[in-house]
Structure formats: C-alpha cells, structure tokens
Design a protein around this ligand. Structure first.
Ligand SMILES: Cc1cc2nc3c(=O)[nH]c(=O)nc-3n(C[C@H](O)[C@H](O)[C@H](O)COP(=O)(O)OP(=O)(O)OC[C@H]3O[C@@H](n4cnc5c(N)ncnc54)[C@H](O)[C@@H]3O)c2cc1C
Ligand code: FES
Length: 282
C-alpha cells in the first residue's frame, strides 16, 4: 500500500524516499513526522516529513543510515512496498508572518527544514537559511536551499565547504535582527544555536528527536524536559523552545540503548553478508 515511487541519493548513506500515502498526505503539515515499519516484524522508526504533494498523494522523508532499520530501509528499491506508515504525527510547525526568520538545518534534517523554509516564505517572511554538515560530502540540498531562501549560508565542522563551525552566526546576529529561529539537526547543533541566540532574545524552536515507540502519547518513552516540565516529544512536540529544553537529558535518553542498537546492527550486517554501505565515505 505504501509503495516507494522514487529514491534520491542526497549524500553518502542518506536517501530521500517518495512514497504513495494519500491518507496521510491529506492531513500532513510541515514539522510533523511519520512512523515507518518496513516489514511485519520490523521496528517502528520515526521520520520527519520532508515534502508532500496533496494532488499526487505522495509524501517524502529523508533518512540517514545509522542502525539496523535505517540500513534495511536503504536497501529497498523503487516499487517496493513498506509494511506500514503511520501519520501524520506530532504538532505542525507554527507558520505565520514573523518578519525575519532564520532557519538552520544540519545533516539529514536539512531535508525537512526546507519544507519549513518554503512555508515560511509563502507566509511572507524574509528567510535566511544556514545548512551545515560535518564534512562537505555530507551537505544536502544546497541548490534547493539557495532557491527557496532570501539568503543562504553554508557551514561544515571541518570548514571543507563554507564557514568552519557556527561561530560566524555570532557575527551575523551582531549585525542583523531576527524575529524567529527554527533549528532542525543533531542535538549538539540545536544546543549550540540555542545558546548563541539566547542573549539576543530570538525565539528559537528546535525539533527534538527522543527515542519513540507508539508516537501517540501513550507509552511515555519520548519524555523531554522543557522549562522544568516533563513533556512528551510525540504529543507535545516534537518542536519546543530551544532556550527551555534540557539538552543534557535529551542526549542521555537518546543513548540509553546504544550498546544494544550497535549489537543489533552488527548482527544484521553479518546476516546479510556484510555491510552494503560505502565505508570509504564514512
Ligand atoms: C520525531 C522524530 C523525527 C525524526 N526524523 C528523522 C528524519 O527525518 N531522518 C532521520 O534520518 N532520522 C530521523 N529521526 C531519527 C530516526 O528515527 C532514527 O535514526 C531511527 O529510529 C534509527 O533506527 P535504526 O534502527 O536505524 O538505528 P538504531 O541502531 O536503532 O538507533 C540509532 C540511533 O537512533 C536513535 N533512535 C533509535 N530508535 C529510535 C526511535 N524509535 N525514535 C527515535 N530515535 C531513535 C537512537 O538515538 C540511536 O542512537 C527522527 C526521530 C524522531 C523521534
Ligand atoms: S512515543 Fe510513546 S508517548 Fe511519545
């Protein structure tokens, strides 16, 4: 039922699937996510909606191959069916005319960030976008970011393309005033941006990605502390005020099952006769 219609290789180990899912697309909004199950006994993995087309009934999500299920997903081909896709889940992003909006995306989360960039532009905002990755090869969708945004900056951890790190953001904020900042990416990056924007009082919205199970507010697995209150990432989020999120706890909770996840991934690779990913680009 959830047929893969196209596959785009965005960067090494990072793909975007376009899937037929008319029931979900009818209600999908930027900022929401779906839970994907590959096979009958497969794990549930949450992935953020990166695009949708209501007329065609298709939705797209991008994923980075980090563990067993995302690596398995990466082996699927156009024409294959996914066992199940549930959604849209979580709250939509707040999209309205804020004025000057700064959108910052890192790694695979650049893909869903660009859906927000598009929506923020359509709402009449002036949008400055920063996209970043660890290294040049990991940078996604540069041309699309440039086409959608009023201004685009590139950053990499090693400076192999664009600015080195995020220090240049401090210089931008000394010169320009922003009314809102939206950040999607690795926890460390969302934390760093939130610390940089705090002294300027720029409302900063981060997309949290705690470990999830049902994605519907019932299991309590996705707890996130925001402003001292315990909230559920799936039900109350996934977007929260970056100046209020307890990032230390978020990282700790994300790593809770890391040893088990590594073992599971290694056993799976062994069973399929070795990893199919290109280690030379890792
Ligand atoms: C709301 C939300 C949106 C997300 N959007 C995206 C996206 O658009 N693209 C993308 O590549 N990734 C996204 N993720 C993360 C993605 O769900 C995990 O990378 C995936 O579940 C890993 O599964 P795995 O079996 O391949 O790896 P595993 O070996 O199981 O885990 C690898 C890492 O992924 C994290 N993880 C594991 N299971 C879950 C889970 N059920 N929920 C959340 N994180 C988990 C853990 O921190 C772990 O360290 C999102 C997560 C959430 C909660
Ligand atoms: S994933 Fe179960 S309550 Fe959020």
């Amino acid at each position: 039922m959830y047929k893969i219609l196209s596959i785009q290789e965005l960067a090494p180990k990072t793909k975007m699937f376009e899937v037929s899912a008319p029931d979900i697309v009818a209600k999908a909004e930027p900022g929401q996510f779906v839970i994907v199950i590959i096979s009958e006994k497969g794990e549930r993995i949450p992935l953020t909606i990166s695009d949708y087309n209501r007329e065609k009934g298709t939705l797209s999500f991008a994923f980075h191959e980090v563990g067993k299920t995302t690596k398995e997903l990466g082996l699927l081909q156009v024409g294959d069916d996914l066992e199940n896709v549930t959604g849209p889940l979580g709250n939509p992003s707040e999209i309205k005319k804020f004025g000057k909006v700064l959108c910052i995306g890192g790694s695979v989360m650049i893909a869903p960030l660009l859906l927000q960039v598009k929506a923020m532009k359509e709402a009449g905002n002036h949008v400055t976008t920063i996209i970043g990755a660890r290294i040049k090869d990991g940078l996604l969708m540069k041309e699309k970011a440039e086409a959608l945004s009023d201004k685009t900056y590139i950053a990499t951890d090693d400076g192999s393309i664009g600015h080195k790190g995020l220090d240049f953001l401090k210089e931008i904020l000394k010169k320009e005033k922003f009314d809102r900042c939206v950040v999607m990416g690795p926890v460390a990056m969302m934390y760093e941006v939130s610390e940089i924007t705090k002294p300027y009082g720029i409302p900063t919205i981060v997309t949290t990605t705690p470990i999830m199970m049902d994605g519907m507010g019932m299991c309590g697995v996705c707890r996130v502390t925001v402003g001292g209150k315990m909230l559920f990432g799936c039900f109350d989020g996934p977007e929260f005020d970056g100046h209020q999120v307890d990032f230390d706890q978020l990282v700790q909770r994300q790593r809770l099952f890391l040893p088990e996840e590594r073992v599971k991934s290694l056993l799976w690779e062994k069973n399929i006769g070795g990893c199919k990913c290109d280690r030379s680009k890792a």
